[in-house]
Write a protein that binds this ligand. Sequence first.
Ligand code: ADP
Length: 259
Amino acid sequence: MSTKPNPTPAIAVDGVSKWFGKLKVLDEVSTAVAPGEAVVVIGPSGSGKTTLLRCINLLEEFQEGEIRIDGEPIGYSGSGGQRIRRPEREVARMRAQLGMVFQSFNLFPHMNVLKNVMVAPVRIKGVPRKEAEAIAVDLLERVGLGDKLASMPAKLSGGQQQRVAIARALAMNPELMLFDEPTSALDPELVGEVLGVMRQLVEEGMTMVIVTHEMQFAREVAHRVVFMAEGKIVEQGPPDDLFGNPQSERLQTFLKRFR
Ligand code: ADP
């Protein structure tokens, strides 16, 4: 028998429910992400995938349950029904542990690529400029953009812009990375270069939660796949199980669309 204690999950989601008005968009969602694990969240549009990510990232409040990052409850202090909003300063500190990449790249249009990646570490964390620049150059080389440091975002392709956005999130040295449909806004021929960078991050052991419709990527790269429908987690497990032997009719129907 293994005597190894379970490590504290990087993210623990415990019975989280959220309503927008009368609409219940998350319905007692529970899951956990281990350090170094890459979890891909799939499901039909409107099933609550983005809302779940936004709750984890403290961009949305939720009404029931608890989310812990590295053991620390987010958003609220206390547990067991106490829902006291954390002070904004603490929320900002917790959010700084998380890197987020969105569908729209949201680069600063008036700053070149290098500045885009340097600005947050310098302004928010007080990293000395020289150091921030060295880190930014290194990250941009890792995402294959070492020759674009001086380019303005508007001069780059969507795939290049998204790779800058990934480098920018990594520059804050986050504990984990959240991706919300990072390739959905891209022309098909540019999807692969972004997925390639994400695959590399998984191989390096970054803890990641990825919402995507790229089923091939999910199948090949995810350690675990979570299938959501109507605000609930319907199935979760290793990709070979979910894709190879889906249990629920909902997942079977959903996967048929991608055949
Ligand atoms: P998914 O990412 O799976 O497509 P979302 O999390 O974006 O799903 O949305 C889940 C549900 O919540 C949908 O019915 C959507 O219309 C609704 N919703 C999302 N954001 C808001 C909002 N700000 N106000 C009201 N309803 C919202």
